[in-house]
Design a protein around this ligand. Structure first.
Ligand code: GLY
Length: 369
């Protein structure tokens, strides 16, 4: 078991990385908060795991409710959030109710948004069950639902009281979901840690086989990198936390253009990183070999490396509505070298369009999933 701390003073919390959810989770919850009741929010796919978590809470004397949603990005809506408010009222919830998110990024974002907004904020515990949620979305307090025209637009910051990562849940994660998480893992390498990127290149086959030792290394490394960034720029204000959004301006536009749920988030991030890297090449920031290294690793990991032929006017409109846009200007995170990226707000729409057009013509863009 490895414990990492997110150093946010009074809002600080621990991330536990372990294998096998057991009584230690109940102790962890007791240390994190003083809840007397809990609403466990999950999706149908991981319902048995959520029921196990609920049972541990009941053994600790907590009154519990279970809200089970269908899987999929479409769940991240205000309408579904309203249904969860009803579930909290039915519990009935009070100020000592804990919301427990057991699932992937969708459940974490949705349940986190509900916890942040119900009765001006309830305690939240993240129990991520997908690689993507373990390495990224469950840490750092960004919670949101989607607007039909822009992803994650309706949201806020609401730090969890703790994050409990059970690597055993990765054993049954569908391949496509697993690979989607690997895109965020690659993102950490390109944005923050060149050695980690090279390690991923050297171990791609063992990573695809889900070697438990490697998985632990990956999850701990990514959580450490993220915890350090979040501790220094919790509310995404100084440009530091923005580095975690490498590939995401393109990715959010791809997810919106495809229709929420058709491309998984990590798949869109993979293609988005290649686009951002090409954009960096056009500015003379990096040589083409760096884009090629990313493209090669992402395709070995079974991820898309180019967008589908979506209407570029639609993509550009989505990028202008992106949360990162400021004063109508699109903002992109671009690599300067392997392990270092920076925020740029002076990218010309014509350059973005050229990169999209070029990549949409590659064989990798022929269609996906
Ligand atoms: N996923 C980006 C962030 O948490 O800031």
């Amino acid at each position: 078991m490895t414990t990492l701390h997110v150093d946010l003073g009074p809002r600080g919390y621990d991330i536990v990385v372990t294998s096998g959810t057991d009584a230690a989770l109940a102790d962890f919850i007791r240390r994190c908060c003083s809840a007397t009741s809990a609403l466990v929010v999950t999706d149908r796919v991981v319902r048995p795991h959520a029921e196990q978590v609920g049972e541990l809470l009941r053994q600790q004397g907590l009154r519990t409710g279970l809200a089970v949603r269908p899987p999929g990005e479409e769940q991240k809506s205000l309408a579904v959030a309203a249904e969860l408010y009803d579930a909290l009222l039915d519990l009935p919830a009070d100020r000592r109710t804990l919301v427990v998110a057991v699932g992937g990024g969708v459940i974490g974002d949705l349940a986190g948004f509900v916890a942040a907004t119900y009765a001006r904020g309830l305690d939240l515990l993240m129990v991520p069950t997908t690689l993507l949620a373990m390495v990224d979305s469950s840490v750092g307090g960004k919670v949101a639902v989607n607007h039909p025209r822009a992803k994650n637009l309706i949201g806020c910051f609401h730090q969890p009281r703790g994050v409990w990562i059970d690597l055993h849940t990765l054993r049954t994660l569908p391949d496509r979901e697993y690979r989607s998480g690997l895109a965020e893992v690659v993102k950490y390498g390109v944005s923050l840690d060149a050695d980690f990127f090279a390690w991923l290149e050297s171990n791609a086959e063992r990573i695809l086989r889900r070697d438990p030792e490697l998985l632990e290394h990956i999850v701990v490394r990514c959580c450490r990198l993220k915890a350090d960034i979040v501790a220094r720029d919790e509310r995404d204000e100084t440009g530091l936390r923005a580095v975690l959004n490498y590939g995401h301006t393109f990715a959010h536009a791809f997810e919106t253009a495809a229709g929420y749920g058709r491309w998984l988030h990590g798949e869109a991030v993979a293609a988005g990183m290649v686009c951002a890297s090409r954009l960096a090449e056009r500015r003379g920031l990096i040589p083409s070999q760096l884009t090629e290294r990313q493209r090669a690793l992402l395709s070995r990991l079974g991820l898309p490396t180019a967008p589908e032929p979506w209407d570029r006017a639609v993509l550009l409109a989505a990028m202008r509505s992106d949360k990162k846009a400021l004063a109508g200007k699109m903002r992109f995170i671009l690599p300067r070298r392997l392990g270092e990226v920076a925020l740029f707000d002076d990218v010309a729409a014509a350059d973005v369009e050229s990169v999209l057009a070029e990549l949409q013509r590659t064989p990798a863009a022929a269609g996906h999933a």
